[in-house]
Design a protein around this ligand. Structure first.
Ligand SMILES: Nc1ncnc2c1ncn2[C@@H]1O[C@H](COP(=O)(O)OP(=O)(O)OP(=O)(O)O)[C@@H](O)[C@H]1O
Length: 681
């Protein structure tokens, strides 16, 4: 690579940096227009302007460890006005006079960076990719000529991709914006509607695609999305902590990343056994709750007698019956109650008119709020809160039986509390209960507002009732659903993407599949895939894009030497570069952590504190927290124990075995689970 050219590229990087700081300073210095006045509208506008400025400043902050550009396209002359060459980066940088220095990767002119090939070069003459040090210093570049007789050149894109994947990991997940692959790019740039659902084997880039898709949609549909908001739902806090820096690195700082229980409004304070939890997540519960709620509406036996002065107006019992029959289940519960009051009042009004009176709307409202009408409402259509209904459902066997004819006797028994809490006010609800309460709340009063876009990661694990709760939070928005059916570890998992989309109320969603595994070396994928015929027989075997020498090792120990062997493997892994994880069954990981610490190695237990992954090279990971994470080197202890720990233990093992980027060592004293026996390394 020509030294003068590298020098001039570095100089250009400095110029772009200086321009970005100028853009930043301009926004900081610019006064936010303040509208006078103190009413709500004015206050809202002033706050919104202030917030917009804050977000813009935040987005323009030069992150020292994130290079400002990563590629360059040299176009045929005349392809783009005034520019034959564009630098592509994470955000747009201009020189202050309107001349772009760095073009946002999401802009249409950047697309050929990801899509142009030698046979379809899209007017691109040459693609340049830059290499950077960890401190974001430009260390080199590689050119990929697309024009002319270039067919015999080695595929530089693959070499670059491989180098990028194998760059040792320190801290949280990085963006992949420099090396998004064409099949991923299709999904990243798919339009906002319809919703997209991505099935993909471990390490095919689903999470990466979801995050880049959010950044892309915020670029193309910013106004629409910011109005409703964008939320990413992940499986747990450790996972969210792991992905938290990707979007800010792409300049997007206003996206909520939360777990589903944080999205629902009620906190959980109790737990269920697995049987009850599975049942409470079942789609049939939607019908049970609907019937339970509507059973509060009774059949009127009395009419209404409304008096005004000396006059009396009667609404007959059969008239009230007709109104209730008409309203029942044709509207939500609370508006139905209001409508009943109004319809009774309307009959009273008609009676008044029959007597040549001329009442107006105010009279109708007064009648609707009057005592006799209220008495009928309270007896026929009482006010209820979700907690009251659910408390009765789980403590009153007859009430449950009437509401749940589709459940078996055993299922109903599993739902009933053995010791019902005294009242709904003092009940401690489980997480699955809070999802049911959410459903009831929506049956009573429609959930208002809609997110602009919702991303569900590890969506294969969500129950039907959870999916319904999520779906009603983005009724008019769209969703990106990411997951792998083979990694479904919850007993209540829906089991098919069509069902998942149906429960979300996004049946028009398009299901796509990613098949190339980037994270995991081929030998490790092949090893883990031995589990697939048992855990997901309908899924094809994933392919690994890389092989890595000595990527997989199986170490036999005995009970007495297991911990020492694990320590030895951890020590060996630490001698290499990057992040290391020991993954073991939840009830064994603490004891192995103690052995590692006693041997003088620094480590942290994932889940114990928030930011362990950032600060310590060797992390001890309980098997149930491994989902979605990755490490350069992984040591898995005692697979049989991971399998035995839960009903879907083999699925869990599949997750655990597919976390390594470069090396996986399996240490065991108990026999390996059946499908893994006899694997050749
Ligand atoms: N195009 C790419 N360029 C560079 N790295 C990539 C690319 N695609 C994926 N990767 C890397 O592969 C790894 C796996 O990606 P990701 O976590 O998104 O996969 P996943 O499909 O969500 O996996 P899992 O099912 O295990 O959660 C990450 O390190 C990611 O950065």
């Amino acid at each position: 690579m020509a030294e003068p050219e590298l020098t001039s590229e570095r100089a250009f990087l400095d110029t772009a940096r200086a321009a970005l700081s100028r853009m930043y300073a301009d926004v900081v210095d610019r006064d936010v227009q303040v509208i006078g006045g103190e009413d709500n509208d004015e206050r809202f506008t002033n706050e919104a302007n202030q917030r917009a400025k804050q977000l813009r400043t935040h987005a323009l902050l030069d992150l020292p460890e994130v290079p400002l550009f990563f590629g360059r396209l040299d176009y045929e002359a005349g392809t783009i006005e005034d520019l034959d060459q564009i630098y592509i980066g994470r955000r747009h940088v201009h020189d202050g006079t309107g001349v772009p220095l760095v073009i946002d990767w999401r802009a249409p002119v950047s697309v050929p960076f990801y899509r142009a090939t030698k046979s379809d070069r899209q007017r691109v003459l040459m693609r340049r990719r830059y290499g950077f040090s960890d401190a974001a210093d430009l260390t080199g570049f590689e050119d990929e000529p697309l024009a002319g007789a270039v067919d015999d050149q080695p595929d530089q894109a693959d070499a670059f991709l491989r180098a990028e994947i194998e760059r040792p990991r320190t801290g949280p997940m990085r963006d992949i914006v420099a090396t998004i692959q064409p099949e991923q790019d299709d999904l990243v740039r798919a339009p906002l509607h319809p919703s997209v659902c991505v099935q993909g084997a471990p390490g095919t880039g689903k999470t990466a695609v979801g995050l880049h898709r959010v950044a892309y949609l915020l670029y193309t549909e910013r106004e629409r999305l910011t109005r409703g908001g964008v939320v990413i739902v992940g499986p747990n806090k450790s996972f969210l902590s792991y992905i938290r820096k990707v979007l800010p690195a792409l300049g997007e700082v206003d996206v909520r990343q939360i777990t589903i229980d944080e999205l629902l409004t009620r906190p959980a304070a109790a737990s269920d056994d697995t049987g009850a939890e599975r049942l409470k997540g079942d789609a049939r519960m939607a019908g049970v709750l609907r019937r339970a709620l509507w059973s509060y509406v009774g059949t009127p036996t009395d009419g209404v007698l409304y008096s005004k002065g000396s006059r009396r107006y009667r609404v007959h019992d059969y008239e009230v019956v007709d109104i209730v029959t008409d309203l029942r289940e044709s509207t939500r519960y609370a508006p139905g109650r209001n409508a009943l009051a109004q319809r009774i009042a309307h009959v009273v009004l008609v009676r008044m008119e029959e007597r040549a009176e001329s009442p107006d709307d105010r009279v109708q409202n007064a009648v609707a709020r009057s005592k006799p009408v209220k008495e009928v409402l309270d007896s026929v259509w009482p006010r209820v809160v979700p907690e009251q209904v659910l408390h009765r459902l789980f403590s009153d066997a007859d009430f449950l039986a009437a509401a749940a004819p589709e459940l078996t006797d055993e299922e109903r028994t599993a739902l009933l509390w053995t010791k019902p809490p005294r009242s709904w006010k003092s009940t401690k609800w489980s997480f699955a209960d809070t999802v049911l309460l959410d459903e009831l709340e929506d049956l009573i009063e429609r959930h208002s507002g809609s997110l602009g876009h919702l991303v569900l990661d590890e969506a294969q694990d969500l129950s039907a009732m959870q999916l319904r709760a999520l779906g009603r939070r983005c009724r008019t928005g769209s969703a990106t659903v990411l997951g792998d059916l083979a990694q479904a570890t919850t007993p209540w998992a829906a089991g098919s993407w069509d069902l998942v989309l149906g429960h979300l109320d996004k049946s028009d969603g398009v299901v796509a599949e990613l098949g190339r595994g980037f994270r995991v070396p081929a030998q490790i994928i092949d090893f883990a895939a031995r589990l697939l015929p048992e855990i997901a027989p309908t899924l094809g075997k994933p392919s690994g894009v890389r092989t890595v020498a000595d990527a997989l090792g199986i170490v036999e120990a005995d009970e007495a030497t297991l911990a020492a062997q694990v320590v030895a493997e951890c020590r060996a892994a630490l001698a290499g570069e990057g992040s290391v994880a020991l993954i073991a069954a939840d009830d064994q990981v603490g004891q192995l952590r103690d052995a590692i610490t006693a041997a003088g190695l620094e480590t942290a237990l994932l889940g114990e504190t928030e930011d362990e992954v950032d600060t310590v090279r060797l992390v001890c990971v309980p098997a149930t927290l491994a989902k979605g994470l990755e490490f350069d080197a992984v040591i898995v202890a005692e697979p049989a124990r991971i399998v035995a720990a839960e009903p879907r233990g083999l699925h869990r093992l599949y997750v655990v075995l597919t976390r390594a980027v470069s090396s996986l060592q399996v240490v065991h004293a108990e026999p390996l689970p059946g499908p893994l026996v006899g694997a050749t390394l």
